[in-house]
Design a binder for this molecule. Structure first.
Ligand code: ADP
Ligand code: MG
Length: 369
């Protein structure tokens, strides 16, 4: 295995009454003993190694939502307030707990809330604690389904107008995406719920599509000093990502539509893997980001300018051991990826224009004298 990178990787086990005897976990490791298992589900692993041991930054079994937030997301939120880009993403098979981890149950008690609502609350608290700084917060909510981009905050817009581009600093931006300003955490929550509702409605219409689409909730932060002469602006963003189920969708029993869909999903996950493998090996000359919308949008998050944390969700029942091994393998690969995060400080375009206007005025006055 290549050298350790700097992406933080945690594993979270979904609670289950039928935890497989083949799995054993410690605070930072998971062992899967397929020799132990009476399951014959492990077809693709036949004639291969039977005991797999994986090490991570942490392994969370029976962890409450608050603990998961504290250990996997809070440091990233703090970095975003300090001006770095941040990403928290969940990966794992359908039903393993990705959406529970990211969104949680927002209708019930506060205790069930996931990473996203907690990050919103923390972010506003931390920004309000910075005297002398004025912050502008915007949000966007993007869904990628069948290699198409959808704006979850503007569901009635025609699709096809969203485009992935690089901005002048080389950061990836999605042009055309609605990005409303949020003055308060309540407004931010409102947009989160609005986007989630759109997602749920679309899911019903598209036959449980949410497990096959990637959702990226992004909080964009601009910070300026509270003085009229400040010329610098610090711009950072926090991507909170709920990926499509990592299981490969079978193509055999499907009708035409599902077949096409299966191709897209399998491809986007394969391209994600290819990017991670390319990044974790020595020769980083060509990273195939442009092969899919997902890797293109997440270019900063993987191998780029972002402090990134991954949560690998696993469902520890015997029937899911193959998927568990494949999720853990991917997670181990991600640990080898190195990011290069920097504080995103630049000249404030608004102040630059004001400064230039002032200079022009002064020059005109000089000429008139
Ligand atoms: P995914 O998004 O990965 O497909 P979900 O988050 O929808 O999976 O989880 C599947 C089911 O398991 C949901 O009913 C969810 O509430 C439940 N669940 C998942 N993880 C946990 C957990 N840590 N504690 C309690 N319930 C959970
Ligand atoms: Mg889900």
């Amino acid at each position: 295995m290549p050298k350790r990178g700097n992406i933080q990787v945690a594993v979270r086990l979904r609670p289950t009454a039928a935890f497989s005897e083949a799995l054993s976990v410690t605070d930072a490791g998971v062992t899967v003993n397929l020799g132990h298992s009476k399951s014959d589900s492990s077809s693709f692993l036949d004639n291969q190694q039977k005991v797999y041991t994986f090490n991570f930054d942490r392994v969370m079994k029976d962890a409450p939502q608050q603990d998961v937030y504290e250990s996997c997301a809070r440091p990233t939120v703090e970095s975003v307030v300090s001006g770095f880009n941040g990403t928290v993403f969940c990966y794992g098979q359908t039903g393993a707990g990705k959406t529970y981890t990211m969104t949680g149950d927002t209708s019930m008690s506060y205790l069930q809330r996931g990473v996203v609502p907690r990050a919103i609350i923390d972010l506003f608290r931390l920004l309000n604690e910075r005297p002398g700084t004025i912050a502008t917060v915007r949000v966007s909510y993007l869904e990628i389904y069948n290699e198409q981009l959808y704006d979850l905050l503007s569901p009635n817009e025609m699709t096809g107008h969203l485009q992935i581009q690089d901005d002048s600093s080389g950061n990836t931006v999605v042009r055309g995406l609605t990005m409303p300003v949020c003055a308060t955490e309540e407004e931010c929550m409102h947009y989160l719920f609005q986007g989630d509702t759109t997602r749920v409605i679309a899911e019903h219409q598209m036959n449980n599509a949410s497990s096959r689409s990637h959702c990226i909730f992004t909080i964009h932060v601009e910070q300026r000093h509270n003085t009229s002469v400040a010329e610098k602006v610090v711009m950072s963003k926090l991507h909170l990502v709920d990926l499509a189920g990592s299981e490969r969708v079978t193509k055999t029993k499907s009708d035409g539509k599902i077949l096409q869909e299966a191709n897209y999903i399998n491809k986007s996950l394969t391209f994600l893997e290819q990017v991670v493998v390319a990044l974790s090996t020595k020769n980083r000359d060509h990273i195939p980001y442009r092969q899919s919308k997902l890797t293109n949008v997440l270019r900063d998050s993987l191998g780029g300018n972002s402090k990134t944390s991954m949560i690998a969700n696993i469902h520890g029942e015997t029937a899911h051991l193959d998927e568990t091994v494949s999720t853990l393998r991917f997670a181990e690969r991600v640990m080898c990826v190195n990011n290069h995060a920097v504080v995103n400080e630049s000249m404030d375009p608004v102040m630059m224009v004001k400064k230039l206007e002032r200079e022009v005025r002064e020059l005109k006055q000089e000429l008139a004298m």
